[in-house]
Ligand binder design. Sequence first.
Ligand code: HEC
Length: 121
Amino acid sequence: MNIKNLIYVLSISLLIFSCSSSDDSAEPNPNPNPNPSGNVTYNGHIQSIMSNFCTSCHGNPTTNGAPMSLTTYAEVKSAVENRGLIQRINDANNPMPQGGLMSQANRALVQQWVNDGFLEN
Ligand code: HEC
């Protein structure tokens, strides 16, 4: 009887211990890294693509007949949403920049930035 009770108590405490320890491990850091380095951001990628390929015309002020500036986060985001920027950088018949499409890698970065929700930094 005593042995049975002892086993019973031991089993219960083992159960409680394993439950409480699994509770601990079930609580990971809810947001370990909100911006892992893999993300495409305006400050990290898009701004330099714009200044390398676009702001010679889409500067502030604009030149060569470009209709809008692409020198800030808000301007580039707005051009994606309202001026078909994604279509134009992928349209070989009517490309932006006018001289010809950017590399696949650069175009994929801009697309990824849009897909990820326009991260700024
Ligand atoms: C050599 C000058 C020049 C460069 C470089 C250039 N653009 Fe343009 N862009 C223009 C001109 C001029 C227009 C207006 C005529 C047209 O739509 O083709 C225009 C139009 C656009 C439009 C359409 C705007 C609208 O409201 O219809 C978008 C979007 C655009 N450019 C994005 C870009 C992006 C993004 C880059 C860089 C990847 C770029 N452009 C590079 C001159 C340029």
